[in-house]
Design a protein around this ligand. Sequence first.
Ligand code: ADP
Ligand code: CIR
Length: 429
Amino acid sequence: MVDSQRKKLEAAGAAEEVISSSKEEGEALTQAEVPAGPSPPDAHAEQTEPQEKTQSEERGRDGANNAGSSDAEKEEERILNLDELWQRLCDAPPECHSLLKKNLTQEIFDDLKDKSSKFNGRLEDCIRSGCENTDSGVGVYACDPDAYTTFAPLLDAVIRDYHKVSELKHPNPDFGDIDKLDFGDLDPSGEMIVSTRVRVGRSHDSYGFPPVLKKEDRVEMEKKTVEALKKLDGELKGSYHPLTGMTKETQKQLTEDHFLFNDSDRFLRAAGGYNDWPTGRGIFFNDKKTFLVWVNEEDHLRFISMQMGGNLKEVYTRLVKAIRALESSGLSFAKREGLGYLTFCPSNLGTTLRASVHIKIPKLSQTPDFKAFCDKYNIQARGIHGEHTESVGGVYDISNKRRLGLTEIEAIQEMRRGVEAVIAEEKKL
Ligand code: ADP
Ligand code: CIR
């Protein structure tokens, strides 16, 4: 047996082991078992059916699944090399305004094109998504934590640009005094805010990011994570549900209810984010689904606190307690002086914190100045099924945009001020 075949079989065996051990913690849910949680009444309207066969299954990195494709499809599926990617970026249409296009100069390209990072990641792994998707906003992903050093001439420029900082001087974590927070419910009337969510991303410091990960790495990471999650207690105690073995109906329901991720983001797919899908991925949550952990979605880990209504204080406090508990549970997270916590996408590093509300703003969102209004408060509007989705029924996801160059409590306060301003403006119109 050749080595690669053995590795594949070992990885499959290891995956089974994790799955069966984690199932003891919480049997795969059926739709009927999914408890209620934040789910705006109009939120289901535009959800598309999950594809029977995902693109990542069709387009594995080993190219083994393209039998029967036409020549044109095979050409489309072919993995482009660095020069071809660069050419695509050079030939990008004038509407391409990605940070990749803006910051990857010929000089930087020439400087970086032959470099390799610690986990053997290359420039093509970092820029593939942005070259294949010239409508990207950012267009760059780090192939591993070391990419932030090896490919710094590109990544530093993108980070400065996205986070609007002139120096990469991220402060030490500061969550504020959670016993003395000067905010509570941002919408006590309950008329406008449907739900509130705060998340952070964390990366295991001994693994690369999706482009360089092997199936067995994801399985190992999942195993370590589940061990740490088992130690959570009190309100945070919950169960882990691997995607492998979870019914399609349960996945769909959990996704529509805003708890679970799926494999539908073409930007992330192009970056390798769905390689070996769904192996090594899963979700942990407590009984009330107010604390959740995503395993091997875009980042190795996403810690999420969420609930219906506008009580930012409760949501944030729960998250801070969870971060503290998980930091002392044996996991070790990738961090870098000046950059804070490292994530796959440079838009997320630093605090990695995104605090959002789903909020009804049918009037403000229709004004021509809506984007400028958001920019003024450093907030961002997304659709309600996540990034790159549309609003449904005038409900938007409003969150802090900056995650670097400010502390966690400052990022929360920035979001709070923005949401308060949004509410005041909507009421005026
Ligand atoms: P992130 O990058 O923070 O994970 P996404 O935009 O990809 O965010 O959204 C992930 C999921 O979280 C989606 O299902 C989205 O609807 C849900 N979500 C985000 N903010 C809220 C919120 N305030 N209330 C309920 N669900 C939310
Ligand atoms: C883009 O460049 O538009 C996508 N790669 C998404 C960038 C930011 N979002 C993210 O990391 N989820």
